[in-house]
Write a protein that binds this ligand. Sequence first.
Ligand code: GLA
Length: 733
Amino acid sequence: MIRFDNEFIYLETPNTLLVFEIKDYIYDDPSFNEEGNKLITQRYYGPKSRYKEIKPEESKMNPFGACYDYDSNNLIYSYFGNGNNSDTSLLILNSDNSFTNRFYFREAKVIKGGVDIVGPHARNIKETLDIVEVDESSAIELHHYYSLCDDNDVITVKVKIINKGDKEFFLRKIASLETPIESKSLKIYTYYGKWLEERIRHESTLNSGIFVNASFAGTSSHKHNPFINVIDLENNLYYAFNLIYSGNHKETVEVNPVGHSSIMIGINDYAFDYRLKGNDSFVSPEAIMVVSTSLDETRTNMHKFVNSHIINPSFQYKKRPILFNSWEGSTFDINEESLFEMAKLCKDIGVELFVIDDGWFKNRNDDYHALGDWTPDKNKFTNGLGEISKRIKSLGLKFGIWIEPEMISRNSEIFKNHPEYALMSKNRHPIERRHQLVIDMTNKEVRDYLFNSLSKVFEEAEVDYVKWDFNRFLIDVYSSTPIRAGEYFHNFIHGTYDLYERLTKRFPNVLFEGCSSGGGRFDLGMLYYSPQIWTSDNSVAYSRSFITSGTLEGYPQSTMGAHVSKDTNGCDRTSTLEDRFNINCIGGFGYEFDLREFDDNTLQLFKKHNEFFKKHQYLIQFGSLMIIDNPFDDNRFYSFIINNNDEAILFVSELIKGNHNKKWRCKGIDSEANYEIVFRDQNNAPHVEPIVMSGKELINQGIDIGSISLNEDVEEGYQGIYSRIAVLRKIKN
Ligand code: GLA
């Protein structure tokens, strides 16, 4: 709810409050004051429970005050020329060759729903506060949009800038969100990584100076995910921020010696320089923020927000099929018959969707060739993909394929005919990564080509699912079309969004899964189009515990592609198939093997796993998840519980074997109820009879899974992990 009360504006979510105050701007020279300029400041952002009524501030904003006045002015948005002398959210090279602006508050109004939508954005917005500021020169108008959804505490924030004059200016920086925090002692969690090691939590303590988390790769990147947590250690408040964007992003946290800190979230200003001619406007991507008194609450809010306000409504809270993917088992060595044999085995073990990964298109026998030539390889599929798709569908399975639209191989027909489609700097040798170049997504002709050739394949093969990969970063950012260098990165990602938009509209029932050399583009922009994203090429149970744990802080389990596979990629701590299932059976679950290599016993085990998964699928994929043991806090344990009404499912694992004497304390269950606890039967552990415990005991003392079961693990010489799953059912009186 948004309400106005004299000079105050209140934005209320179910549990938090954001308060702005409009203030007079007082000059020493009284003649200036006749203009009646006003500024808008942020006076409170936090839980409602901590809010104490704020009186209008006595002191007016005075640009000629003491030296430090403007270090603590709490303006809702900073820009060069506001006297702050800090890094700013906005930087404009004006037509008068200055960087200086002075924005004054003009008006604020409430708009129903979302507004000025460009690219991926929060869906089902209830209302938006539009705060308008105008530059002293009158030629530039700024709109700050704060949007609320009525079902959780996340607030979305973005900015629109309009050139109201007739002279062009250059936008050098435009953050989407800025918020002050009244604290000098912050802890920041960022989720950084690389291929096979995505979203590893990193902790930094900041008592002074500037902390930056940013991507420079043209994509949100493996290196630095745009999701961050900021913990105010003075006030014990937990903030989380993210950006609905897949390009270069930047999160800046500055602790100011005067006693407050500020946070800026938005597009990275690195190599960013956007020209705005008269009447042009620019809308920033939407940033999101939430604040609460615990990490559990910020995480739950983020999960609900993504599931209800980011994911494509056709897939919201809809069970995701168990899939088989050909990559880890067969790589490029595929053909119709070998795949069909595997599809029959898939049917037997309970898989629901069969996916042919890389290698189905003409001349694609290694990663040196054919990206961009999106026509099926007749040597592998004599009658095209339509035939294999029909055969697979006749088994009762769904059918899907892999694509990598934003790439082009130098060894391809399309490159031969259209070298100008590739990103290459003039007069410089292009740098290849994974032997490939990037295709020019800013070029409409390229996007039309991709839309047409991919649509043809999707139609012919009647695909139900598409894995959209992106296996390198941008280096030679140069287009054959006349586009300014400083606009390239942003327009590239909007080119990708345009293609995604067209393909998802043309094929509304196709489930897209994002991917980028594993989880290198795991962000809200991608999740807007692809309800799930391949989390990592590393499926090793031990490493996955960390990768999943980091990912879960910002993204719900339903969005994570997680497969049981060879268990060798990236770490030698291999574990049993039982443990691999326990760790990977969340989110978009599946398998990556050459299934023909397994004996009947193993196939029966997979079948048993799938039966268990299907029985609890909705609870696992969409229940409310709470972390019990975060391996980044204590690397011996990893466990969480997922709740939905009267049922919960508990996942526990010891990452380092030992007699830890540990009891696992449950969260989110009913303390007044009794629960029947049924352990999933595993063939590496003795069967355990169901037990009954009270909710109170489960919450307060916890359950001693060690002596009930875990200590009995049959070690089989594995160095992996030791894990169990238990289903908790409320006993009705
Ligand atoms: C990337 C993906 C893999 C697979 C290969 C195919 O590495 O992460 O899952 O799709 O590409 O080339």
